[in-house]
Design a protein around this ligand. Structure first.
Ligand code: EPZ
Length: 421
């Protein structure tokens, strides 16, 4: 397994191009299952999750080629079991969002229940409840969900809890249902809006995406699409924190500033200068960071996917910060590792008190999930001495060549291939 070694203390300077948004791209890949026509997705990041989703599409019968620009021909989707197997779903839970498209276009599919993951139980009850509301017959046995529907029919459905994937799954299913659907208490994330843009390109009739109510008028068939994915607000936020904590000066080219208001507001509260420029967002870190209180919320609130990264900023700030995680029940896996690097963090339920000010010290640490591993890289950038991060495959799920791009900004960071876990 690879490891990343960082010698902290370098100020980051220069510019970095923000890649396409992983969490938008995965759902756009699923949308190709709604048509038999060829689809093209551009500006894709080269990430293991994207490759996993392409492998699932191929398993379902799609012909796929390319990576930065992905061509998908769903014409060959087999009339077979249309199954998303356990080993694929376990690797990447976003696989469950093939349910809506497969059910809508083929009337059946069999998808492994994803089970839990490092950050929480992450059930899919809302996905299933929404599909049932559209007329799906659902049976669960042997760890799999079997779904059938001769033709989905439009319905009014209110989510019990705001779910990004659930909103996207039901929205896709409703595009080919007979009649109109009205979805309430939906997720408002930019990735939901981006998916709706693609579905409309395909001929779907959708209004309200990005708000709290989405209306969809079902159509009989959808065409293919050619779409360039919006830049990744979480990758941009992660690089912004890297600039902030290293007293750096970094231009985030193509950063989706309009989707980063909550992150930018918190950075500015900490004393970081965030300047919108013609081609991106310039982030200038101060000599001294102020503490901040952060509570994660559904969009447009502060993103849970930025929580671990912001904790590193809090650890560097002069004073006490409070970080509260309201979206997932176990998203403080980075805390023990950061504490090994000298951070002073005390967890009380879903809140963490961070007493900043001391300098972090380099250590051997272990990545546990995608954003936790990003926080360990950030900590290594400012820690005194050497930090070794293992299990960096977690990092590769969401950040393309992050060590190469940070090195280009002046970080002393290298990746070593192979070696023990
Ligand atoms: C998406 O996951 C993102 N992943 C996550 O990013 C992100 O953290 C999350 O949204 C929240 O913003 C992708 O888009 C591929 P949810 P998703 O359904 O859709 C509960 C990253 O680091 N819930 O909005 O799976 C659930 O347990 C990843 O890039 C139910 O109870 O998240 C959680 O507590 C991590 N029942 C909350 O809702 C359901 O049926 C939010 O989950 C569905 C969800």
């Amino acid at each position: 397994m690879d490891k990343i070694v960082i010698h902290g203390g370098q100020r980051l300077r220069g510019e970095v191009t923000i890649h396409g948004a992983k969490n938008a791209a995965l759902l756009i890949q699923c949308a190709a299952l709604l048509t038999e026509r060829p689809c093209v997705i551009r500006h894709l990041p080269r990430l293991s999750d994207i490759a996993t989703m392409s492998a699932l599409l191929a398993h379902l019968g799609c012909a796929t080629s390319g990576d930065r620009t992905l061509k998908i021909d769903p014409g060959g989707v087999r009339e077979g079991p249309l199954e998303a197997p356990y080993e694929m779903v376990k690797t990447m839970r976003a696989s469950v969002t093939v349910m809506g498209p497969l059910l809508a276009r083929h009337g059946r599919c069999r998808v492994s229940l994803p089970g839990g993951c490092a950050i929480g139980a992450r059930p899919i009850d809302q996905h299933l409840k929404g599909l049932e509301a559209l007329g799906a017959k659902i049976t669960i046995k042997h760890g799999y969900v079997d779904l059938k529907a001769r033709r989905l029919r439009g319905a009014a459905f209110m989510f019990d809890t705001v779910t990004v994937g659930g909103t996207q799954n039901i929205m896709m299913a409703a595009t080919l249902a007979k009649g109109t659907s009205r979805l309430e208490n939906v997720a408002r994330e930019p990735e939901v809006e981006e998916l709706a843009r693609v579905l409309v390109k395909m001929g779907a009739k959708i209004s309200g995406a990005g708000g709290s109510v989405i209306e969809i008028e079902g159509v009989d068939e959808l065409s293919g699409f050619d779409h360039a994915v919006v830049p990744d607000r979480i990758e941009a936020g992660t690089f912004a924190v890297a600039a902030a904590i290293t007293r750096g000066d970094v231009l985030l080219l193509d950063a989706p500033v309009d989707h980063m208001h909550a992150t930018i507001a918190k950075l500015e509260e900490a004393g970081v200068e965030c300047r919108v420029e013609a081609d991106g967002l310039r982030v200038v870190g101060p000599e001294r960071l102020d503490p901040i209180d952060v509570t994660t919320r559904p969009y447009p609130g502060f993103a849970t996917d930025m929580q671990a990264q912001m904790m590193v900023l809090a650890a560097c700030a002069s004073g006490q910060s409070l970080i509260t995680e309201t979206i997932f029940e176990n998203r403080f896996m980075h805390v023990p590792e950061l504490c090994r690097m000298g951070a002073d963090v005390t967890v009380h339920g879903n809140s963490a008190v961070v007493r900043g000010g001391g300098r972090l010290s380099g250590a051997e640490v272990m990545a546990t999930d995608l954003r936790a591993s990003a926080s360990l890289v950030l900590a290594g950038l400012v820690a005194n001495g050497k930090t070794e991060i293992r299990r960096v495959y977690h990092l590769d799920r969401g950040y393309e060549q992050i060590e190469k791009r940070l090195r280009a900004l002046g970080a002393n960071i290298r990746r070593f291939h192979g070696g023990k876990a």
